[in-house]
Every structure is written in C-alpha cells, then in structure tokens.
Design a protein around this ligand. Sequence first.
Ligand SMILES: C[S@@+](CC[C@H](N)C(=O)[O-])C[C@H]1O[C@@H](n2cnc3c(N)ncnc32)[C@H](O)[C@@H]1O
Length: 374
Amino acid sequence: MLKKMDRIERTAVAVLRKYFRKGNMARCMRDVLPRSHLSQEERDAVAKIVHDVVRYQKYYSYLLRKNNLPYKPENYVALSTGRLKLQADIPQDKLLEIRESLSNSLAHILQEKREFLRIINTEPETTLCTNFIKISREKLKSLLYSEGFDAQDYVPETALLASPGTRYSSAVREGFAHVQDASSQLVAKLTGKLGNIILDYCAGSGGKSLALASLYRNSLEIHAYDINTRKLESLKIRAKRHNATIKVHMSIPTNKYPVVLVDAPCSGVGAASRNPEAKYQENFENFKEMQLKILSESALHVEKGGMLVYVVCSFTPQETVEVVSEFLEKYKHFEVLSIEDIPCEYKKYLKKERYGVFVTAGDILYMAILRFMP
Ligand SMILES: C[S@@+](CC[C@H](N)C(=O)[O-])C[C@H]1O[C@@H](n2cnc3c(N)ncnc32)[C@H](O)[C@@H]1O
C-alpha cells in the first residue's frame, strides 16, 4: 500500500495530469505553481519531480506497462520519488531508448555519443552570468549570500552555480546578473575574441548579447537583430537594466560586420537536462532546412575577412555537421576556422567535432566558425 502523498507530490500530480493531456511541461508548471500556495522551496521540489518524470517518462511507462499498472500521474510520481519500486527486463536492442527515455532517432544518435547521456539526463544547477559592467563576481556572491543564497564559481569567469531561487533574487532583478547556462557564456566568450564589432543575428531576448556585454565590460560594439520584435523589446529592457550598450535593430540591418553570430533556432536536445521534452523528438531534418536558410541569410552580413559563427543547442548530425557541410558546399568563399586555435583557458569544455566543437560546460552547444575569405 502506498503512503499518503504530501502536498509537494500532489502538486506534481496536478502538473503532470495537465502535461499528459496537453504537453508543454514549462507551461503546465507556470499554470499550476502560482496557484499552489507553496513556498519557493516547495515549488522547486515540485519542479524536480516533474522534470524527473518527463526525463524518464518512457522508462517509467515501460515499467508500469510490464507490471500491469495504469499510466496515472500518481504512479509516475511514486516511481520518481522511490515510493513505488518496479522492475522489468528490457530487450538489449531497446536498452538505450527505454532506460534513458529517448526517441528512436535520438537513441540511434547517442549510440555514438554516449558521453552526452549523463549531461542530458542530469537535473542541472541554476547558472548565473555576472554582469561585470556593474559588479565583480566576488561582490555578486556576497550580495547573494546576504539574501540567503549560496553560489560557487564556475566557468567561464562570469559564471556562478547557484540554487534555483537565485533567479528571483534582487541581484538578478536589478541587473547584476542574469540566468544563463555556462556553455552559452563560453560561446559568448569565444565569439568576443573574434572581433570588436559583432552582429548577434538571432539575438532573441538577448542572452548572448548580454553575456558579451558583461564579459567584455561594454568594450565591444554589439548589434542585435531578431525576426521577433517582441523579443527585441524585451532585450532593450534587459540591456537598460544591465547598463549594457547594445544597439538593437528592429529590422534587418543593412551593414556588413566583422563578426556575425547566428544562434539559430534548433531542436534544443542539447538543453534536454532543462527541458527533457526535447528528448522525444524524432525528426531533425526540418530544423536543418530552417537553419541552413538562416545561416545563408546571415552570411550576407559578413564583411570580407569576417567571421560567421554558427551555434545551436543540439548535437544531432542534421543540425550541426550537415548544416555546415551543405553551407560550405554552396558558399565556396567561406572556409572553416579551427576553434582550437583560439586562445582559451577553458579548452577542457570543448570537444572536437567536424568543422567545430561541442561546448559542454553546461548544455551541449555546437559551435562552428566560418571565415569569409579575404
Ligand atoms: C536559439 S534562439 C536565440 C537565443 C538567444 N541568442 C539567446 O542567447 O538568448 C533563436 C532565435 O532565432 C530567431 N529567428 C528565427 N528565425 C529567424 C530569422 N530568419 N532571422 C533572424 N532571427 C530568427 C528566433 O526568433 C529566436 O529568438
């Protein structure tokens, strides 16, 4: 007989009931948690259970099916918290797909990249990016301590690992830091070494632009563009809060730039630790077409001798190597620049891949630098 559920588990059940009907884990949490009357710590505990269930949903479903138990959210929560212990043999050829809860295509891809399994199946810590324009990392840590938060140095030099609650700290509210995965900060660090004038072509609400401004203390000329003007409006507000000098372009810029960063839309499987739903996608070809199109558009903004930096939060061959390969096939005046030749003290977080690297300090990002031959 299962023990009675506590209110954290009951809230997790409510989130999962919604999620099983509609998908979109993040939205289901946003819908349920504010009305739950739980403290921030309790909400974090709910989020942890929900993440775990979504992360291992395929495995838990398999265990329930083999043990003739219904797919009820209560059963998934009990499996996640260890109150329900079940076993079932998994056929050898389905081991990765079921035990690690992956789509068939992703299981196939990860056969060759098993070192990424641990990264995508681990509950991530919250990472902050220190805004060096306003504060040093040491002072930011003291500020967080004074608010009751613990934080540890990480890489690159802006990064702090902290508890999830820090995202609501006054330090973040007042622009002394923003929440950002360490690999994204490392991509910004490497990109900033390529030149002093940078166009962030898929800037979104400005994660990479802010990291560039923060890391390089406003010494770079940063231009930001995105097809989505609502995101650019939010970028403007964030830049103001951070005292970050970023020129926001509400329509496609007409100039050419020494460095163009293309942080393209992608499947997000490299960030599956934060969004485990990404692990169940089967088709990555449709991303490839869109990425190739955006990369080709952005290439028009690179000046001769300049750099085009292609980044995606993914490790599927379709979205990484195949995009670059097809781009180079079409645009013969671009060549690959070896990222390993860029001086960087964080090389151990870069894993060589064809044309570029995987950045593995947090999420798994693919980065390739293509040079417009002079
Ligand atoms: C991965 S997100 C960028 C995240 C952002 N760089 C950051 O660090 O926060 C990809 C962005 O590409 C934008 N996008 C999609 N198609 C585009 C296009 N054709 N031109 C420019 N931006 C585009 C999307 O609106 C989205 O904000």
